[in-house]
Design a protein around this ligand. Structure first.
Ligand code: AMP
Length: 286
């Protein structure tokens, strides 16, 4: 089937309402475009589980701070359309800013409290309110659906799960594993900003996570000790400027002193221009 591209809310609603009236289950993958295999994996998961798959491409100004890369965020709609079609997307929603925010700056925003404040939220204080606002708007446009998000943005996934639960949104949130390059670097649209030297250094995030996981597997049960191992690995790479290395509970995202249960290690570092994030986890038995 060929993909249908729509750029107005009205057209999208009419297609999706029709599909639901026919008893079809809708799968939804929101993205900012410049797609890679990470995005494709979400679309393929949506294809597996649902009758009709919609993906959105919208570079959302609300989630960028003034000093961030909104104006030169990479874009390639022709390639994105091809990749989406190949992944089995039925409808591609590509609104422009005036379609999404016709009245200019929004007066109504969604903020998800404490879970948004640490880690990414500490460095990017307005980011998660921008994400939660646009995702709730997209959910309201798309309607009842299963929505697919990557664990690559682990805190974002937690924020969205909490928002959906708190506001009883008619959406089932599905988290999908991180897709990586062969050397371990998590795929990201922003990886194109890396120079060859920075690209060679960037897998240090994966190696730092591995060092933390290995320490836990070898019996280390102190969260701060594991955090120090991960941070030291990042700090040993001259191209990487560490923002944080954190050992947290996978549900709360709060730091854990005595490791037990589901643990996640989160890292963020600037490598040249882009700020890269990554994470991995494990379950620590009693
Ligand atoms: P973005 O276009 O960066 O806003 O990302 C759109 C969706 O793709 C989000 O749910 C991301 O978590 C997900 N995503 C981005 N990179 C990856 C990756 N390497 N593996 C899996 N999912 C990803």
């Amino acid at each position: 089937m060929t993909i249908t591209t729509v750029s107005t809310i009205k057209e999208l609603r009419s297609i999706l309402d029709g599909a639901r009236a026919d008893g079809q289950r809708v799968g939804f993958t929101p993205t900012m475009g410049f797609l890679h295999q990470g995005h494709v994996s979400l679309m393929e998961a949506a294809r597996q589980d649902n009758d009709l798959v919609v993906a959105s491409i919208f570079v959302n100004p609300l989630q960028f701070a003034a000093n961030e890369d909104l104006s030169d965020y990479p874009r390639d709609l022709a390639r994105d359309t091809e990749l989406s079609q190949g992944a089995g997307v039925d409808v591609l929603f590509t609104p422009d800013v005036s379609e999404m925010y016709p009245f200019g700056p929004v007066l109504t925003t969604v903020s998800v409290g404490e879970i948004s404040e640490r880690w990414e939220g500490a460095t990017r204080p307005t980011h998660f309110a921008g994400v939660a606002t646009v995702v709730s708007k997209l959910f309201s446009i798309v309607g009842p659906c299963r929505a697919y998000f990557g664990e690559k943005d682990f805190q974002q996934l937690a924020v969205i799960r909490r928002m959906v639960a708190d506001l009883s949104m008619p959406v089932e949130v599905v988290g999908c594993p991180i897709i990586r390059e062969s050397d371990g670097l998590a795929m990201s649209s922003r990886n194109v900003y890396l120079t060859p030297e920075q690209r060679a250094a960037a897998p240090v995030l994966r190696r730092a996570l591995d060092a933390g996981l290995a320490a836990i597997e070898n019996g280390e049960r102190s969260g701060p000790a594991v955090q120090a191992i991960v941070a030291a690995m990042l700090d040993a790479e001259p191209e990487a400027d560490r923002d944080y290395a954190a050992v947290v509970g996978a549900g709360t995202l709060a730091p854990v002193n005595e490791l037990s249960g589901e643990i996640r290690i989160l890292v963020a570092a600037k490598v040249g221009r882009p700020r890269l994030i990554d994470n991995d986890g494990l379950v620590v038995g009693a």
